[in-house]
Design a protein around this ligand. Sequence first.
Ligand code: DON
Length: 583
Amino acid sequence: MSKRITHCAKYTAAASVLKAWLLLIAVLPALFSSCTRTTQLKETSQRGYTADKAMVVSAHPDATRIGVEILRKGGNAFDAAIATQFALAVAFPAAGNIGGGGFLVYRQADGSIGTLDYREMAPAAATEKMYQDAQGNVIEDLSLSGHLASGVPGSVAGMFETHQKFGSLPWAELVQPSIELARNGVVLTEKEAAGLNSNRERFIKYNKHLPYLTNENNWKAGDKLKHKDLARTLERIRDNGRDGFYKGETADLIVKEMQRGNGIISHQDLENYTAAWRQPITGKYKDYKVISMGPPSSGGVALLQLLTMVEPYNLSKYGWQSPETIQLMVEAERRAYADRAAYLGDPDFVKVPVEQLLDEDYLKDRMKSVDLARATASNEIKEGSLPVYESEQTTHLSIVDAAGNAVSVTTTLNGSYGSKVVVEGAGFLLNNEMDDFSVKPGSPNMYGLVGGKANAIAPGKRMLSSMTPTIVEKDGKLFMVVGTPGGSTIITSVYQAILNVIEHNMTMQQAVAAPRFHHQWLPDEIQHEPKAITPEVRAILQNRGYKLQERGTYGRVDAILVLPNGKLEGGADPRGDDKAAGY
Ligand code: DON
């Protein structure tokens, strides 16, 4: 924080000389306030949990514990990622899953990098207008809740594929701890008990049987939730690998569940599901190399667009929470999300102009219309004209093993507890990821995101995501592993976590805990956590034409920072029950 402290000292001195004047001027009180705030941050947020060699940061203490046990047994970061994901499917059913999908980004100790796409796919019977009525109106809730909301799950295929390529311990050893957790039961935290209780009516509405997630007397912290059916499903996965999910009894139970509702996932859809290794999106921010997820996630492209657009400006000099830093970041966000809506989709179906979207001159040009005296209006911004070349509830986990391999995984059911449908007899929730498609051009999804043709529904297509599992290198060495849930806010949360460390000298824990703001082009407003924008800066921004919308807390950024002495610092988001541990 030293740079920030210097600024603070300067402003504090100026403030004492001109105290009477300053009270009359709008801008300086804001700077003064931003200094006070930074000092408070330093005092209240210390460095996060540190470990010498290896670390897991995830959304649940049981999942983190299981991941660390695998690392201690000699498993590598990939083994730990697989075991942690299965454990999250048991301990954190709001988002951890085997009925959803996700993305994995890795960087091995030798510097080699790659990504795995195990995003859900639209079933073969899906159609472009399946969520519209005869008049072309979007049918409320159809893409969000119930059997028709689910894409073909990808998580088990993703984990199995990861193991085939990189696993070092036997598959069964990675699944077994979760079977035991499911059978012995998970002790509910206050947040989980509240999450389950608040979804009680929906669980009952969308399930023909009384799902195990409901409790007549309401759940409370300390209760034990046992997952007997899920334990049996996990045993089939342990014994038969991917076939334990996509074929045989589990597949039969999924298809039966579909038939109980209005679902369309068939045996053929399950058998045909494949995870895909894809080229990572890479780019530079100053001395740092950023490695992130490409389409069908919009995360990597948008993150690199954002970083490239603000790189020419001296954000650290403007200071964290200053109006200028917020404005520049927001103006970049407005422009990146306009591009996202127009150009991004599943690369197996549409041509995504990645290179052009990341072109430095193009991005410089996009920022030319920024005027710090006034907000750009979103209706003045459309997607950019790309240069012509010759020749689109979640949970995140970050892992580094003792050899220096790093894995960054974000996985999701989409909404909290997905479609709310529990596969009867198999004990797991199905996703409601179909809502991430553009169900009608220009019609906002549950995160307010709009899209068009590039993200229209088609059989076998993957819906555009915002998930942004990311790894950052500095000077050719591992620097940071980072990611978060949060729907459309994922990209901007990862963006802020990275800039908080690089530009504002925060520790990893501070960067993760710091309050966040977000702009996604449409709606044209800066959404922000209560403490992200001070009252003084709020007044300045409003005066410059920005609309501000305070919202509750969002995201759960889980990250690892490699410290100059080689130790690892975990950033476990205090907004959840997230936990960093290692050795
Ligand atoms: O893939 C996406 O972008 C969304 N389905 C992610 C959903 C999410 O992060 C929900 N968590 N808060």
